[in-house]
Structure formats: structure tokens, C-alpha cells
Design a protein. Structure first.
Length: 192
């Protein structure tokens, strides 16, 4: 079986990839995640997933595949990143209140020899109208400062929504496992 390295130090992605019961290593990709001028949220997610996978694959040499992923929240064409702190998380949730946010989750499985396989997943989240007190209680309870969009759908964040429309429930957590499995099978990884 080929060697697999997750090009991410995200605990959420690591926990999701562990569900597949494949051995893998973890490496931090050294990639500047700054958006380019005029870059759309979809283009940003796609570029960063590829850059992360390629950076780690080059370090592996001919010894396996690197899996990169990136998720960008898209609110009316504007990318929302990880808030990093309480005030930014509250501001993001206020901006999303009563609206629809698209989450672009991009994947790239790259080998040092230049082969690369890619996929993209789109999840649409419809937020209910949120009162400031609800937002503050949520942020204080779950502290989603390392999550694009300032929530954890697998936790208390589910209380913020009217609906989630997606093809893969794991995508919103950060790694769409259905698409990941398809890429891994194409690269020769044995999955049931």
C-alpha cells in the first residue's frame, strides 16, 4: 500500500481521516494562506488544497501521497476565514444571521512525481435569524475560533441553522470523506 500523509495539522481533518482505518502520517504544510487579489472563495480553497498537498508531497519524495484540503466559507462572494478570537467570531455570526453561506471544501491528493487528483465539495448552510445574546452564548460555550465560519456543526453549532444542504455530511467538518475515498482508491489505496 502506498504511504499517505495528511498535509494538515487540523485535529478535525485528522479525526475524520482516522475513520478510514488507513495508516497515515501528518505534516504541516508551509503555505501562505493569504487570498490573492480578486480571488474567489472557490478559487482560494482549490489553490490552497493543491499548494498544501504539493508542498508536503515534494518533501516525501517518491515515498507516497500527500492529502491537502482547504475550506473557505463564502458569504455573498466574500471569503470568511477562521475568526481567531471571540470578537471576530461574533462578527462573523452576526453577518451570517438569516443568510446563506456556501462552504467550498477542496481536496488534492498529490505525489512528488507530479500526479495529482482533485475534488471539490459544496455545502450550503442556511442560518436562522440569530439574536446577539444567542450568538454570544454560542461563542462562549463552544469557542469556535479555529473554524471557518465560527461554528462547529458537529457540536452546538447545529442550533444556529435552518438547514444544511450537502452531498457529504463530513465536508462541513473539514474533510469530505466520500470524495477523499474516491481519490484514495484512484491512487491505489485499498478501501472496502
Amino acid at each position: 500500500m502506498p504511504r499517505l500523509t495528511l498535509a494538515s495539522t487540523s485535529r478535525y481533518r485528522r479525526e475524520l481521516l482516522e475513520r478510514l482505518r488507513l495508516p497515515f502520517d501528518v505534516a504541516r504544510p508551509e503555505v501562505d494562506e493569504t487570498a490573492l487579489p480578486g480571488e474567489s472563495p472557490l478559487a482560494l480553497a482549490t489553490r490552497l488544497a493543491e499548494a498544501k498537498a504539493q508542498a508536503v508531497a515534494q518533501a516525501l519524495g517518491d515515498d507516497g501521497w500527500a492529502l491537502g484540503s482547504d475550506q473557505v466559507a463564502d458569504l455573498g462572494g466574500k471569503a470568511l476565514g477562521k475568526p481567531g478570537g471571540r470578537d471576530a467570531a461574533i462578527a462573523q455570526l452576526r453577518a451570517m444571521s438569516g443568510g446563506v453561506v456556501h462552504f467550498h471544501t477542496a481536496l488534492c491528493l498529490a505525489h512528488a512525481d507530479g500526479r495529482a487528483l482533485a475534488a471539490i465539495d459544496l455545502t450550503e448552510v442556511r442560518f436562522r435569524a440569530l439574536a446577539d445574546a444567542e450568538i454570544e452564548r454560542y461563542v462562549d460555550a463552544e469557542q469556535p475560533f479555529d473554524c471557518a465560519g465560527s461554528f462547529k456543526s458537529e457540536g452546538l453549532g447545529i442550533t444556529l441553522f435552518e438547514s444544511i444542504d450537502n452531498r457529504d455530511p463530513t465536508a462541513l467538518i473539514g474533510l469530505p470523506l466520500i470524495a477523499t475515498c474516491a481519490l484514495l482508491r484512484q491512487a491505489g489505496f485499498p478501501l472496502p
